[in-house]
Design a protein around this ligand. Structure first.
Ligand code: ZN
Length: 95
């Protein structure tokens, strides 16, 4: 129960899902950056199939994405859209 957890209002996924994923780390980043998400890194729960495409917030449909990958929408699936992260993408578009 670290204090910073209290400030994390960013709850797209349930804490249970996050905990279950965290227990399995390291896992490949589902944003497709080709690297592993490891414990201790900043990572988010992201949808494998985007919620906008009918993906549900279940353990089977969620996986870890680096915070950076998730916020920049770095991958193929646009998971950032489901995480209301767009405001964080202040002009950092590399594409
Ligand atoms: Zn990544």
């Amino acid at each position: 129960m670290s204090q910073h957890h209290r400030r994390t209002k960013h709850t797209t996924a349930s804490p249970k899902i996050r905990a279950a994923i965290e227990a399995r780390l390291p896992l490949p980043c589902i944003e497709g950056c080709g690297r592993l998400v490891e414990r201790g890194q900043a990572w988010h729960v992201a949808h494998i199939q985007a919620a906008s495409q009918g993906g549900r917030t279940t353990l089977a449909n969620c996986g870890p994405a680096h915070a950076r990958c998730n916020l920049t929408g770095g991958g193929k699936m646009g998971a950032a859209v489901t995480n209301s992260a767009r405001r964080a993408a202040k002009g950092r578009r590399a594409w």
